[in-house]
Design a protein around this ligand. Structure first.
Ligand SMILES: Cc1cc2nc3c(=O)[nH]c(=O)nc-3n(C[C@H](O)[C@H](O)[C@H](O)COP(=O)(O)OP(=O)(O)OC[C@H]3O[C@@H](n4cnc5c(N)ncnc54)[C@H](O)[C@@H]3O)c2cc1C
Length: 477
């Protein structure tokens, strides 16, 4: 080989950074020397995953967060995982909608319509069927609106409509938005309802259209499987907090980083930098992009693994037949242990709304509720089957520390009409004077948030592949 290899520093070892690293390291023309810098002591994609005891005696790897993929939305993630021979497992979910101060659920949704929605405990069949009818009718209206009256986007209407504006424009009843739509969408976006209402409505239209009626999948054996394959043979420095990126007169880039254990500071000079980190960190370390990055909101949150049943509002019980948790006939943990192949239960517990009673009575009262009713948070607890551990995202009430197995912190990048326009201008927009575009000055961005869609794993792979293409690497199909 005649040409000298280009040095590429990749900051962050989440799925985006690892995918970009693998693609460049595997460049058939061998043009890149790749090095990953990660602030944590281990690669971050599977850093919070746990190995939990399985009732049959072996240990079960469990990903935190769940890293679930919904068929239809994750074409590039599935393609990447398949290339590395990773197997998937289908998971069905029963989303049990509850309120913080009341026991039992008021509605249960079966993911991908894999079964008839179970009747919540304490509800009469008449009330259950009435609620199902109301929810089904409004849901059909919502689905039809998304198709025939799609949300406005800046490209065609000058401004991008928020979910709040859209639900009002298409007269979605407030009870449906507050009690059903927002808690369910919160389980995907893990943010408070107020924040969710500021998301571009078009994000949900795309997600819903592509995933409707399709199943959820997780990586068999956990995402550690794909992580080790992605970073195989690639030099990585852990405990390395990158603190600044500076352009040198030579055209090269100076990367400053600090060893978080020893406190030692280091300088590296490289040809290219790929920032696979969230916008708030980019704003701090790369001042060129600070004005744009500061406008992209981020939310710090926690996922706690525990066995504290006080967070579970589903009906308590006394022993009985299998699969009966949601009917209130058996204990939560016994139900999880008995049915290893059954749907996993996800309890969606929303902070209390001012009015009480079941959905049907609220519908009968006319449906219109005051706006403040929407300013709530939905805590999501995955009752893991069959390990009997609960995974609670954004806990609403204290968890008994003696029942905690782990507590992991994450930063979620949020979406707004403004952040969508910034992201689209960086990654897709026409080149206008003074507007920074991805790759300018040898600095590239990738991450779950670096595409025009929901901030999920698909964005990581799509954006990492874009970076690779931008650097002349052919991306396998
Ligand atoms: C609770 C929760 C549940 C989720 N569930 C799902 C799901 O089920 N399905 C799905 O598709 N998506 C899910 N997501 C979203 C998805 O996990 C993220 O979009 C994705 O992991 C983002 O990956 P990334 O590579 O862009 O960034 P990250 O995973 O955030 O990786 C960036 C890494 O860079 C490192 N870093 C930060 N600063 C520095 C620095 N200064 N120097 C060096 N290193 C640094 C950090 O260790 C960080 O982990 C969930 C997110 C959360 C928070």
């Amino acid at each position: 080989m005649s040409e000298k290899k280009q040095s590429v520093a990749i900051v962050g070892s989440g799925l985006a950074g690892l995918t970009a690293a693998r693609l460049l390291a595997d460049d058939p023309a061998g043009r890149y020397d790749v090095h990953i810098y990660e602030i944590g002591p281990t690669p971050s994609f599977a850093a919070a995953s746990l190995s939990l005891p399985h009732p049959s005696g072996h240990t079960e790897p469990v990903d935190i967060p769940m890293r679930a993929l919904s068929a239809g939305y994750y074409d590039r993630v599935f393609a990447l995982y398949r290339r590395f021979g990773v197997q998937f497992r289908k998971l069905d979910f029963l989303f049990a909608f509850t309120r913080q101060d009341s026991s039992g659920s008021y509605f249960i949704h079966a993911s991908g319509n894999h079964r008839f929605p179970p009747k919540p405990t304490g509800k009469s069949w008449l009330s259950h069927l009435w609620d199902l009818l109301c929810v089904a009718l409004v849901y059909a209206w919502y689905a039809a609106c998304l198709q025939y009256f799609p949300p406005h986007v800046a490209e065609t209407h000058g401004t991008t409509e928020s979910l709040r504006q859209y639900t009002e424009r298409v007269w979605l009843p407030t009870w449906f938005t507050a009690d059903f739509l927002l808690p369910l969408l919160s389980s995907v976006t893990t943010c408070p309802h107020e924040t969710l209402l500021e998301y571009p409505a078009v994000d949900f239209a795309g997600y819903k259209t592509r995933t409707a009626g399709k199943g959820h999948y997780v990586v068999d054996g956990g995402v550690g499987n794909i992580q080790s394959r992605l970073m195989y043979g690639i030099p990585t420095t852990f405990n390395a907090m990158v603190t600044s990126i500076t352009h040198l007169p030579s055209g090269k880039i100076e990367l400053s980083w600090k060893n978080t254990k020893s406190g030692e500071e280091h300088l590296e000079t490289v040809d290219k930098v790929i920032l696979a980190i969230n916008p708030s960190v980019i704003a701090r370390i790369y001042p060129t992009l600070a004005p744009q990055m500061e406008k992209i909101p981020c939310l710090d949150l926690e996922v706690v693994a525990h066995t504290d049943e006080s967070l579970i509002n589903l009906m308590p019980a006394s022993g009985g037949e299998s699969g009966a948790l949601l009917e209130g006939k058996m204990s939560i943990r016994a139900a999880a242990a008995l049915e290893p192949n059954e749907a996993h239960i996800v309890q969606l517990r929303t902070t209390t709304v001012p009015t009480s009673g079941h959905m049907s009575s609220r519908i009968l009262r006319g449906g219109k509720q005051p706006r403040e009713e929407l300013s709530h948070i939905t805590e999501s607890t995955h009752i893991h089957n069959p390990t009997n551990v609960f995974f609670t995202t954004i806990p609403l009430s204290p968890i008994d520390s003696s029942l905690e197995s782990s507590r992991a912190k994450f930063t979620r990048v949020l979406r707004t009409a403004e952040s969508r326009s910034i992201v689209n201008s960086i990654f897709h927009g026409e080149r206008r004077e003074k507007e920074w575009k991805n790759g300018d000055g040898g600095v590239w961005l990738c991450g779950g948030w670096c595409w025009d869609g929901m901030v999920l794993l698909e964005g990581c792979v799509v954006s990492a592949e874009e970076v690779a293409r931008g650097l002349g690497v052919v991306v396998p199909n």
